[in-house]
Structure formats: structure tokens, C-alpha cells
Write a protein that binds this ligand. Structure first.
Ligand SMILES: Cc1ncc(COP(=O)(O)O)c(C=O)c1O
Length: 398
């Protein structure tokens, strides 16, 4: 009976991991798949494919306030982040500027690229984030100097939804001639991000976080910044990223960019739903705390800690009952390590092990949110009793 219910309607509440493909995109796929030429070919088939590329590039540039020539299509956000950080290590400025500023709550594709930079002789300075999700701006200011090559700080955090003050930070960075990159992957479909208003030199985006297909991202690289290519071997993207373009996914990204430009991103309705979820869960389940609530947040993300309940057990129990949520970043799921984001915000390892992330999207309904809370209540009760029993048995054995 339970399995039937699960198979009938699994409910997806993990939009920060990925979003479903927009229904209108599904309708357009056969048409786009019919345009299969290689955009680098100069004959008719190639030109038709190139038109798709050009239109998508223009649509995305309009969305973020960029010039189309400032965009490089990549395979996703991870590649865009790697391209900026690793690419700049080879720049002229990198001969004299040997420091990079970042935070410890970045996506692993940034953190691992920073480890790479460190292995190549660069010093990484991390700005602290407090338990409310605020960056220590005094520390940030103190770290700025003409020794710094790059600042890479995300626009919004994938686990807590916390939003960082990018415009303020780029303004300060400019006084020292420091380049600024922002991983803006989680902003799309949740908040506006404009490269002129934020003043960034580089920004990363990913299609599958805003209802487009997987396998496409965008790197914004301000005019005049000549980043070396991470992938060599072809002249695509004006020599900035080799490899035949993922045309179908790029078409879907362009389509969604147009849609995002024309709508209010459903911010209000997502925020109302998120608040409804948080109010219910905090008032109906004892020992629940919303992480980063005091900071500015995306309208769709809730990060919780549920005292005495393992996030992993909660996730699996909810999954069996047809609810897809997360314990943190998608890439960390199945990984017993506690969330690096929550640890950086000052939670203990035990607390971080009790975390659960619920991230909603344009298609989420009140019924789904109410269903989740109604399902969570007995699960929390059961898991707490189970862990009390285990503790008791352990103490008797000892
Ligand atoms: C903040 C952030 N940056 C980068 C990425 C990586 O994007 P992609 O999956 O397109 O490589 C993600 C995906 O989880 C993310 O949330």
C-alpha cells in the first residue's frame, strides 16, 4: 500500500540539487533535437545549429545584463568554477599576486580548485561566516591588499540559502585591483543576478538548477579578461572552451533564460511556502532549529537541525514514504561526513549530523509541504525513541 503511494507520486523537495525539466522544454525537445548540425560547420546544417547557439547566448546575456561575447558555455557550474580559478593562476597578474580570498562554505568545485591553487604556490585566505550566515566583513576588508589575485565568493549558498553582499564586496575589491568571481549557480530561478549591478568580473551558472537540461553551464567573463581555456583542442567559444557544444542543453538554457527574464521568479509564493514549512516544523516538532534564518536567504531554501535525529536516517525514512529531501549538498549525500558548510558556521559535528535541507521550486504546492510535515512528525518521534533505546542498551552493556 505504502509502496503504491510512493510509486504514484514521489514528491520532490530537493530543488537545490537539481530541478525538474520545465514542461515547456519537454515539448520543445523534438524540435531542437531536429537541429543536429555542428555549429562549427559552415554549411546550412551548421548555420542552423549556430543560430540556436546565438539565440541562447543572447537570451542568457539579457538575463544577467552581459554582452553575449562575455559568455562561455561550459558543461556546468563545476567547470565554470574550475575554469576561472585554475585559469587565473596562469595570468600575468598571478606572477606578483599570490593570494586568493574565499570562504569555507563554497561549493566543493571551488574548494577543490582552491586546494589546487594552494598546491601551485598560492595562499588561500578564508573569510569567516557566523552562525547566522553573515560574512565577517571587517575580516574581509582586512584581507584586501595588492597581494590578492582573486576573490571567489558565492552569491548564495546551496545548503543554507544564505545570500552574500556581492556588490558591497566587489566595490571594496576594486580599490585594490582585485578580480572578483562569484559562483551564482543557486541564484537562477530564485533571485535576480546582474553582472553590472554586482560588479563581478566572473560568474558561474548552471542550467539544471533552473529547469533546463543537465550538462550545460555558463561562465561570465568580463570583456578584457582573457582566461585561458581549461579544455584544449578546438576553436569553440572563441577558443575559450574546446569541444562541440551541447546544443540541446544550450537551447533549453536559452529558453529558460527568456522565461526568467519575463517573470517574477515566483519569489513571493516560494517564500510563503518556505515560511509556512518552517513555522509548522518549528512549532510542531520539538528541538528543531532553522539554520541561517537571521541572514538574508534565498526564498526557497530551509536548512534544519533536528535534535537527536540523524539527518541520514530522516532522509531515508522520508524517501521510503515518497519525499525527496537532502541532508545538505547533493554531492555529499551518501557521504557520512557532516556538512562542511554547517561546520564552518560553528555547528558541532554532532549537530551537523542532524541536518536536513528542504529546497522548493516553482512547482511545489502547499499540499506537498503539509504532507512533508505530517510525515516528518511520526518519523522524528520514532527515530528519537529508537536512539534513546540504543543509548540505554549501550549504557547497560557498558
Ligand atoms: C553553489 C553551486 N555551485 C556549483 C555547483 C555545481 O554545478 P554543476 O552541477 O552544474 O556542475 C552546484 C551544484 O550543486 C552548486 O550548488
Amino acid at each position: 500500500m505504502l509502496l503504491c503511494a510512493v510509486l504514484k507520486k514521489p514528491i520532490y523537495l530537493d530543488y537545490n540539487a537539481t530541478s525538474p525539466v520545465h514542461p515547456e522544454i519537454k515539448n520543445h525537445l523534438p524540435e531542437w533535437a531536429g537541429i543536429w548540425g555542428n555549429p562549427s560547420s559552415i554549411h546550412g546544417h551548421g548555420r542552423e545549429a549556430k543560430r540556436i547557439l546565438r539565440e541562447a547566448r543572447q537570451a542568457f546575456a539579457d538575463l544577467i545584463g552581459a554582452n553575449p561575447l562575455e559568455l562561455i558555455f561550459t558543461s556546468g557550474g563545476s567547470e565554470a568554477n574550475n575554469t576561472v580559478i585554475k585559469g587565473l593562476l596562469e595570468s600575468e597578474a598571478a606572477k606578483t599576486r599570490k593570494q586568493i580570498i574565499s570562504t569555507r562554505v563554497e561549493h566543493p568545485s571551488v574548494l577543490k580548485s582552491l586546494e589546487y591553487a594552494e598546491a601551485h604556490g598560492f595562499e588561500i585566505k578564508y573569510v569567516d561566516v557566523n552562525s547566522s550566515g553573515h560574512l565577517d566583513m571587517d575580516q574581509y576588508k582586512d584581507l584586501l591588499s595588492d597581494q590578492v589575485l582573486l576573490i571567489t565568493i558565492m552569491a548564495a549558498n546551496n545548503e543554507t540559502g544564505n545570500i552574500f553582499p556581492i556588490s558591497k564586496m566587489t566595490e571594496l575589491a576594486k580599490k585594490h585591483g582585485i578580480l572578483f568571481h562569484s559562483d551564482a549557480v543557486q541564484t537562477m530561478g530564485r533571485m535576480a543576478f546582474n553582472v553590472e549591478k554586482t560588479g563581478v568580473d566572473f560568474a558561474s551558472f548552471s542550467g539544471h538548477k533552473f529547469y533546463a537540461l543537465k550538462g550545460v553551464g555558463v561562465l561570465y567573463s568580463r570583456r578584457g579578461q582573457n582566461l585561458p581555456s581549461l579544455i584544449h583542442g578546438g576553436g569553440q567559444e572563441r577558443g575559450r572552451r574546446a569541444g562541440t557544444e551541447n546544443l540541446l542543453a544550450i537551447a533549453s538554457l536559452g529558453y529558460m533564460a527568456k522565461k526568467l527574464s519575463a517573470c517574477d521568479l515566483h519569489r513571493e509564493s516560494m517564500m510563503l511556502l518556505r515560511d509556512h514549512f518552517e513555522n509548522r516544523v518549528v512549532s510542531e516538532i520539538a528541538g528543531v532549529q532553522v539554520i541561517g534564518k537571521e541572514g538574508k536567504r534565498l526564498p526557497n531554501t530551509t536548512s534544519l537541525v533536528v535534535a537527536g535525529v540523524s539527518g541520514e536516517s530522516m532522509l531515508m525514512s522520508l524517501d521510503v514514504r515518497g519525499y525527496s529531501v537532502s541532508t545538505g549538498a547533493a554531492c555529499s549525500s551518501g557521504n557520512p561526513e557532516p556538512s562542511h558548510v554547517l561546520l564552518a558556521m560553528g555547528l558541532t559535528e554532532d549537530e551537523a549530523h542532524t541536518s536536513l535541507r528542504v529546497s522548493i521550486g516553482w512547482l511545489t504546492t502547499t499540499e506537498e509541504i503539509d504532507g512533508l510535515v505530517d510525515t516528518m512528525i511520526p518519523i522524528v518521534d520514532h527515530l528519537r525513541k529508537l536512539s534513546q533505546r540504543q543509548n540505554l542498551e549501550a549504557s547497560v552493556e557498558a
